[in-house]
Ligand binder design. Structure first.
Ligand code: HEC
Length: 130
């Protein structure tokens, strides 16, 4: 094998090896939806955009694929959003005005542990647009 061919082969193998790190696996999807449902998140959130909330209004909270798109590339997002999930969000500084019918998210620390919230937010941030 020429050095060039070897380099290309190595490059491709490397790419394949890193791919799973950028997408959620089906098993992860299932576990995280279960965690989110058990923690009450799905009362206000959907994974996919377009779903309506009560009485045909926009959904109470933003769709999680939209959350992923908004914070894509923001390295501080997992930490910030984990705290927002645990402590709730500021109704005077809504990040989702017009896209969600709820003004603010209530604190969820009673429903979910910090480590699990962090895992769930990490999964949300890896969601890809459909
Ligand atoms: C009672 C309704 C409600 C529940 C329950 C709820 N949320 Fe929210 N969530 C909201 C609303 C409303 C917003 C939009 C807040 C805003 O506009 O800044 C939001 C925003 C978010 C955001 C984006 C925050 C931002 O600053 O952009 C994330 C991430 C999120 N929720 C995750 C969760 C998770 C995880 C759970 C479950 C542990 C959960 N939510 C439970 C209503 C809810």
């Amino acid at each position: 094998m020429t050095t060039l061919a070897r380099l290309i082969t190595l490059g491709c193998t490397g790419l394949l090896a890193t791919l799973p790190a950028f997408a959620n696996s089906a098993a992860q999807d299932e576990a995280m939806i279960k965690l989110a449902t058990g923690s009450g998140c799905m009362t206000c959130h959907h994974v996919d955009p377009g779903a309506k909330g009560p009485e045909g209004l926009p959904p109470i909270g933003p769709a999680w694929r939209d959350v992923a798109a908004k914070y894509r590339g923001d390295k501080a997002a997992q930490g910030k959003l984990t705290q927002a999930v645990l402590k709730g969000s500021n109704p005077y500084d809504s990040h989702w005005k017009g896209k969600a019918s709820g003004l603010a998210m209530p604190p969820n620390a009673v429903a979910i542990k910090e480590a699990e919230a962090k895992k769930l937010v990490g999964w949300i941030l890896q969601l890809q647009p459909k």
